[in-house]
Design a protein around this ligand. Structure first.
Ligand code: GLU
Length: 492
């Protein structure tokens, strides 16, 4: 395949979400695979919908995912500027060209009149498109009104009969009846171009070869084709990606659905995925497979493997439900692939964020014993917080072994104290071998004995593996805790 030029063109109107991340990933992969360019273009023409900080979040999110771009607002490039709000004059010039060539016209209709037209059309059960009043003005007449300062927009002159056919790489030919298409506004009354014109002009000027984007743009794609054709430009290859459905598979995800997800520790927002303890490798692997597959069984792909194996031909246009279980599965697996030092460094900020002072050397010792048990990095707090937090006050009841009396439970602790005090240190192997030998002699099951010791030593019913934990806590503290438990269980 020839080198492509592809663009990720987000609008900074909200959080960067999974859908955008997937588009950016596919852009990145095909650009890297073909030795082409991946361009970041900020589409901020809709000034009313801008959200402060959203542009910054796009850069941060893409960087976290490791999707570096070759041209963009922050790094420039040969076809800049890459922020649409800085390209106002360019769009105006192209709008004038369309007007001069009879492919666009000035429209002076007031919002009130347009509303009346729409209501009237709805009443008559007609398609609520513009009624073409200003389309019938001569250019001379219109220019006169513009010169007189009359408020106006610019509309595209869509053909009123016949059909328009476009080709989408995943869906084949799509044909629409031109009478179904509106005379879309391409420049607003404030002189700012609307998305349809801006994106088309930019795709042409930036020499974009493939437009890969969400299928929410499919309905207006014929208009974009018509604009390209009106200028006599070559169209890019159109690729409209599959839609994501709610986890239930019933319908698209709403804002409310997205907000609800956080209760289960999930999110569709990239920023939140990071703080929830997901690894960017897992995010990439997971979203890569939401609309693409290599074969019917390979699941794990590093970014480098994706670059090698990705192809547009294997994109799937069918809608797919977001599967967070699969995501958790990927994340747990990627955590297991981390080295101990790497994992320790990655979980440290999670402890910091909840005010637990966890030192790196201890975290490195803990890493191998919790690695297999983590689904997300923040699970480490619950699992390993015990190594750093003050020991809780225990009641005698929680120290009782299953179906055991207070005295029996105390005898287990007593026996452990005498075994442990004879050992030079409480290494995992040594303490475990000794204790397993003793269990039988005590006449209780391993579950009963270790349950008591776990509570007495870690202060928790559930903890990382007991003997590894004992080694990390260290002999001195372990002995103190056992003594304390023994006293608690003494019957007065
Ligand atoms: N700015 C549009 C969006 O955020 C981009 C659409 C496109 O890629 O053409 O959805």
């Amino acid at each position: 395949m020839d080198p492509v030029r592809v663009r990720f063109a987000p609008s900074p109107t909200g959080h960067l979400h999974l859908g955008s991340a997937r588009t950016a990933l596919y852009d990145y992969l095909i650009a890297r695979k073909t030795g082409g360019q991946f361009i970041l273009r900020i589409e901020d023409t809709d000034r009313k919908r801008l959200v402060e900080g959203a542009e910054e979040e796009i850069y941060k999110g893409l960087r976290w995912l490791g999707l570096d771009w070759d041209e963009g607002p922050d790094i420039g490039g040969p076809f800049g500027p890459y922020r649409q709000s800085e390209r106002k004059e360019i769009y105006q010039q192209y709008a004038r060209e369309l007007i001069e060539n009879n492919h666009a016209y000035y429209c002076f209709c007031s919002p009130e009149r347009l509303n009346d037209v729409r209501l009237e059309k709805q009443k008559r059960k007609e398609l609520a498109v513009y009624d073409g009043t200003c389309r019938r003005l001569t250019l001379k007449e219109a220019l006169g009104r513009v010169a007189a300062g009359e408020k106006h927009v610019v509309r595209f002159k869509t053909p009123k009969s016949g059909t328009t056919t476009m080709t989408d790489l995943l869906r084949g030919n799509i044909t629409v009846e031109n009478r179904m298409l509106d005379d879309y506004i391409i420049v607003k009354s404030d002189g700012l171009a609307l998305y349809h014109l801006a994106a088309t002009v930019d795709d042409h000027l930036m020499k974009i070869t493939h437009v890969i984007r969400s299928s929410e743009w499919l309905p207006t794609a014929p208009l974009h084709c018509l604009i390209h054709r009106a200028f006599g430009w070559q169209e890019p290859v159109w690729v409209h990606l599959s839609v994501f459905l709610k986890p239930s598979g019933k319908g698209k995800m709403s804002k409310r659905d997205a907000a609800e997800l956080i209760k289960d520790g999930h999110s569709i927002f990239i920023k939140e995925l990071e703080t929830l303890g997901y690894l960017s490798e897992a995010v990439l692997n997971w979203v890569a497979l939401m609309g693409w597959s290599y074969d019917d069984h390979t699941e794990f792909f590093t970014k480098e493997e994706l670059v090698k194996k990705f192809s547009l031909e294997r994109l799937n246009p069918s809608p797919a439900a977001i599967n967070f279980q699969k995501f958790d599965y990927f994340n747990a697996n990627y955590i297991r692939m981390l080295g101990d030092v790497e994992l320790a460094n990655m979980i440290k900020p999670f402890f910091d964020s909840v005010g637990i002072k966890a030192d790196l050397p201890t975290l490195i010792k803990i890493a191998p014993i919790i690695k297999e048990r983590l689904t997300t990095l923040d699970d480490a707090i619950e699992m390993a917080g015990l190594f750093f937090k003050p020991f809780p006050d225990l009641s005698p009841e929680v120290l009782l072994g299953k179906d055991m009396s207070r005295e029996e439970s105390r005898s287990v602790i007593q026996a452990t104290i005498s075994i442990f005090s004879d050992l030079p240190e409480l290494s995992k192997d040594l303490s475990e071998t000794k204790m397993r030998e003793t269990v039988e002699a005590l006449g209780f099951s391993a579950g009963q004995v270790f349950g008591i010791l776990r509570m007495a030593i870690t202060g928790q019913k559930v903890s990382p593996p007991l003997f590894e934990s004992i080694e990390i806590i260290g002999k001195k503290v372990v002995m103190e805790r056992l003594e304390k438990a023994q006293k608690l269980l003494q019957v007065e």
